[in-house]
Write a protein that binds this ligand. Structure first.
Ligand SMILES: NC(=O)c1ccc[n+]([C@@H]2O[C@H](COP(=O)([O-])OP(=O)(O)OC[C@H]3O[C@@H](n4cnc5c(N)ncnc54)[C@H](OP(=O)(O)O)[C@@H]3O)[C@@H](O)[C@H]2O)c1
Length: 889
């Protein structure tokens, strides 16, 4: 089936609009006692912030490339245009008339400025077609603030502009620079997570949904899509730098980033068990839930489950009209084929010609009636009470009028469940603004209408105990064909955080459902999802998950992801072929050196001072090379390296003027071997020195051959006898950092005990000090096994172990020089205690060579290092001795 056919099918499910309100109830049967059936639970996750390392940039020639920038009225537009022009771009700036100009600065004269007064598809199409082929569209959303939960029309207009630009820009055909579509928002720098700023506009959150969907739809065409969120207090110059850095990011998979006071971040899902929560939160037979879309589809299943467990009251709202009496031609006919036949005969009897469309229009109200009746009956039989009202949720007045008489009978609404939703699935290029509007309004205007019914709108103080939003996985991950739906659901997600921040006493939940086995998901769609390996939520599992979260005493996160991780394409395909086409054989990336005074400082560097110099630890260079490699070769994991060599270390004392005379380093890769599943790369880090003596000369710093694999090897287990790990730091371990054995400062002091040491071996107990979290800078410590970031604080202990053995056994100082091989099975996690086991394999007058393993508490080998070498010398003895103030001599 094509997407278009799916859409037609989906739309055919949505009945005609009924303007007048209708109220219906069914007879009340006797209540049954409900025992919660045990079902296999659906996977779920809460959303969390994940810190990111700094951008690694691709080197691209942007001379003559064409960018379209949408002016947000601030200095950022000016700074960005200047910076782009300086890098050779031709810049066209769109000036929307509804954006207030706040900047006193003029745009550079080289900019081609075009004014627009509305989101007129024809005008925008002309602008794009009369301009040169675009390489990049950069939409800057104007800053605006709101009070309470409102969705300003001007902000929606901006969203529509971005949507139409995405539809028409055709960046897929970019000729000069890498094709890109970038948006900038000011949601507080944390992408709306937990609403750290309760005044920022909520509508802009929809732009994240747009970009994430585009990143799926345009992935084959290689368009780089990125949503960037910054704190509104950030200087225009900083924001412009962030945009140009992100524009060159080598990681084309990541689609949304934020910049808060601490640095760069994105949002991830963290696995949770929604069924294991403790219940006890305020639901009983007096609870009154106002439920849009609650009489049909998956929302109805959830409502019935609440009724079964709590016998509450429900006002169910939908557009379908409800008539307890069926037309006589349909009476008693349940079989679908037979029903179609009866409809055909009834049509003929009225003198009409029965076409397939007419037949389905004829039976749709019958099916809707039956579904509504079944839901009402199921609620009543569970001991709850329910009334159905027909009203369009996008029309606030009609919703209020329809619900008012029932509130008089049931009591005030204590909970809202917003389940109404419609689809208009098509790729962005085929979408219309009318379809966008229908999808958007059902979700957004719909929520406004529902909230207007509650006391919240009258007193400004919410008495709501529960607010449940039926959002979608398409909001969090994006989904091909669903840009509008993704936009609307992302706004619901951001709204959930905001509502929680404004009304902490309310249980707020935005469920980002994956596909259910029912409702909008037709058997055809289900087959498509199955084929892609997407988890389908069984009706009982989904409904019980909702009730468990709703009734929980803990509202630990307002956004719950249900189903499997859809950020990666699950579709089994011939990956080898796919990657062969795109794999660059030789590439150069660049990395900015983060100095101590930079905004996002690598503070831990102050703990790695040798002879007065801030020296970049070897493990950081390894992390740079491997992280750049996996972002360049997507689909691969870093397995390890061979022949690591240090040519010339990097020192970073910029403020003293005695550091490097360069601000960035180059990371060069060359493919050495490629077997499809394994990739061997030659990697080198170099810089170009620009001082008088060595102008333009390339200096090599580090080199290694890296191995990337599609799947990392399983963790081997060691049979080594290991004592239990203690959380205390021994006196002997503390002394190592004070007596000149080791020079490392607090964040790098990870040795907690020397368990044993003899002529051939050393066993250490280790744990990364918690202070490292605050000093990690761009080298983010992995918090769970999904993260592939390097734990440089743990890895540095490999070389510290060598220094300890040399000092203890030979009484000498030492410095690492090379490493034959280092295989990683998994990185050490944040707060994880582990062992380091060192065995000496060679010893001469000038060097010691050892094999070292990082071992977890349950004896898994986390990493195996072979033949790590240190140069030893008595001359190094005093190098690490601390003098006054903890500084190194
Ligand atoms: N099913 C899934 O796999 C899935 C996945 C992710 C998210 N969701 C979300 O979950 C919710 C329910 O989905 P579903 O699968 O049960 O969809 P569905 O079967 O199509 O039901 C949609 C419901 O919304 C109501 N509705 C639509 N527009 C309305 C309007 N303007 N005013 C009042 N009611 C309106 C419909 O009633 P009328 O037809 O009578 O108007 C119907 O009851 C939706 O919000 C959807 O976005 C579903």
């Amino acid at each position: 089936r094509t997407l278009g056919e799916i859409v037609t099918h989906m739309q055919s499910k949505v009945g005609g609009v009924t303007a007048a309100s209708e109220v219906a109830a069914v007879k009340k049967p006797k209540a049954e006692t409900h025992v919660v059936k045990k079902v296999a639970g659906a996977p779920s996750a809460t959303v969390a912030i994940s810190r990111l390392s700094a951008v690694t940039k691709i080197n691209q020639n942007t001379k003559g490339a064409n960018a379209l920038v949408v002016n947000d009225g601030s200095d950022t537009s000016v700074e960005l245009s200047e910076s782009l022009i300086n890098s050779g771009w031709n810049v066209t700036v769109l000036n929307p008339s509804w954006v207030n100009a706040q900047s006193n600065k003029a745009l550079p004269s080289a900019v081609n400025e075009i004014a627009i007064s509305s989101v007129d598809e024809k005008q925008i199409s002309e602008i794009i077609s009369t301009n040169a082929q675009l390489d990049s569209v950069i939409y800057l959303h104007p800053e605006s603030t709101i009070e309470n939960i409102v969705y300003p029309q001007t902000s929606k207009q901006g969203l529509e502009l971005a949507f139409i630009l995405a539809k028409l820009c055709n960046v897929k055909a970019a000729k000069v620079a890498r094709a890109s579509f970038i948006v900038l928002t000011q949601q507080g720098g944390q992408i709306g997570f937990e609403s750290n700023d309760v005044t920022v506009d909520l509508v802009q959150g929809g732009l994240n949904g747009l970009v994430k969907t585009l990143s799926h739809e345009w992935s084959e065409a290689g368009v780089f899509c990125r949503a960037i969120d910054v704190v509104s207090t950030m200087s225009a110059e900083n924001v412009a730098n962030i945009i140009t850095d992100e524009l060159a990011d080598v990681d084309a998979v990541l689609s949304e980033v934020g910049y808060d006071e601490t640095g760069r971040l994105t949002l991830i899902g963290e696995v949770t068990d929604s069924y294991a929560l403790t219940s006890g939160n305020n639901i009983d037979k007096d609870s009154v839930f106002l439920v849009s879309g609650g009489a049909k589809g998956v929302t109805a299943h959830c409502v019935i489950e609440i009724a079964k467990q709590y016998q509450a009251k429900f006002v169910l709202l939908g557009r379908s009209s409800f008539d307890a009496n069926e037309p006589s031609w349909a009476n008693g006919i349940n079989d679908e084929v037979a029903l179609k036949k009866a409809a055909m005969q009834a049509l003929i009897a009225t003198g009409d010609k029965p076409t397939p469309v007419k037949i389905s229009q004829f039976i749709r109200p019958v099916l809707a009636n039956r579904e509504i009746a079944q839901t009402l009956a199921a609620i009543e039989s569970a001991g709850g009470q329910a009334q159905y009202v027909s009203a369009d949720v996008t029309n606030s007045e009609s919703v209020q009028a329809a619900v008012k008489p029932i509130i008089a009978e049931f009591g005030n609404v204590t909970g809202i469940i917003h389940g109404a939703g419609v689809l208009a699935d098509k790729f962005i290029e085929q979408k219309t603004l009318a379809e966008f509007d229908a999808v958007y309004r059902t979700k957004i205007d719909g929520l406004t209408s529902l909230l207007s019914v509650t006391e919240q709108s009258f007193s400004g103080k919410s008495k709501l105990k529960h607010l449940v939003l039926f959002s979608s996985a398409a909001g969090f991950y994006g989904n091909p064909g669903q840009s509008d739906y993704s936009i609307a659901n992302e706004i619901l997600n951001k709204t959930a955080y905001r509502f929680k921040a404004l009304h902490p006493q309310t249980q707020v939940l935005s469920f980002n459902w994956g596909p259910w086995d029912g409702g909008m998901v037709t058997p055809e769609l289900k087959r498509m999802f199955d084929a892609r390996g997407v988890y389908i939520i069984p009706l009982d599992a989904g409904a019980q998950l909702l009730v468990s979260e709703l009734a929980a005493t803990d509202n630990r996160c307002a956004q719950i992801l249900v189903g499997n991780d859809l950020s990666k394409d699950q579709e089994p395909k011939d990956q080898t072929q796919d990657f062969d086409i795109k794999k660059p054989q030789v590439s150069r990336l660049t990395k900015a050196l983060q100095t101590t005074n930079a905004t996002f400082t690598n503070a831990f560097l102050a703990d790695h001072v040798i002879d007065g110099n801030l020296v970049l630890p070897t493990v950081c260079a390894i992390a740079w090379m491997s992280e750049a490699a996996v972002s360049l070769y997507t689909g691969y994991h870093y397995q390890g390296l061979e022949n690591y060599k240090l040519f010339k270390g990097i020192t970073l004392n910029h403020e003293k003027g005695d550091g490097n005379q360069f601000d960035e380093v180059n990371i060069d890769f060359k493919v050495l071997a490629d077997s499809g599943d394994t990739l061997k790369l030659d990697a080198k880090i170099s810089s170009t020195v620009a001082n008088s003596s060595s102008n333009g000369k390339t200096v090599f710093h580090y080199g290694a051959q890296l191995t990337l694999v599609r799947r990392r090897d399983d963790l081997p287990i060691t049979n080594l006898q290991l004592p239990a790990l203690s959380s205390d730091v021994s006196v002997e371990a503390t002394a190592l950092y004070q007596n000149g054995t080791l020079f490392h400062g607090e964040s790098l002091q990870g040795i907690t005990d020397v368990i044993s040491c003899n002529e051939t071996s050393l066993l250490l107990a280790c744990s990364v000090p918690s202070i490292a979290k605050f000093k990690q800078g761009e080298f983010v410590i992995p918090v769970n096994t999904v993260h592939s970031n390097h734990n440089i604080f743990a890895n540095d202990l490999v070389y510290q172990a060598m220094l300890v053995w040399v000092r203890k056994q030979l009484g000498m100082g030492s410095l690492p020089s090379k490493t034959l091989a280092w295989q990683v099975y998994r990185e050490v996690m944040l707060d994880e205690a582990f062992y380091i086991d060192l065995k000496v394999v060679e010893q001469t007058a000038s060097k010691v060579v050892a094999d070292i393993r990082l071992i977890s508490e349950n004896k898994q080998i986390l990493a195996q290092v072979n033949s790590a070498e240190v140069t030893i010398s008595e001359n190094l003895n005093n190098l690490f001795l601390k003098t006054d103030g903890g500084k190194n001599a």
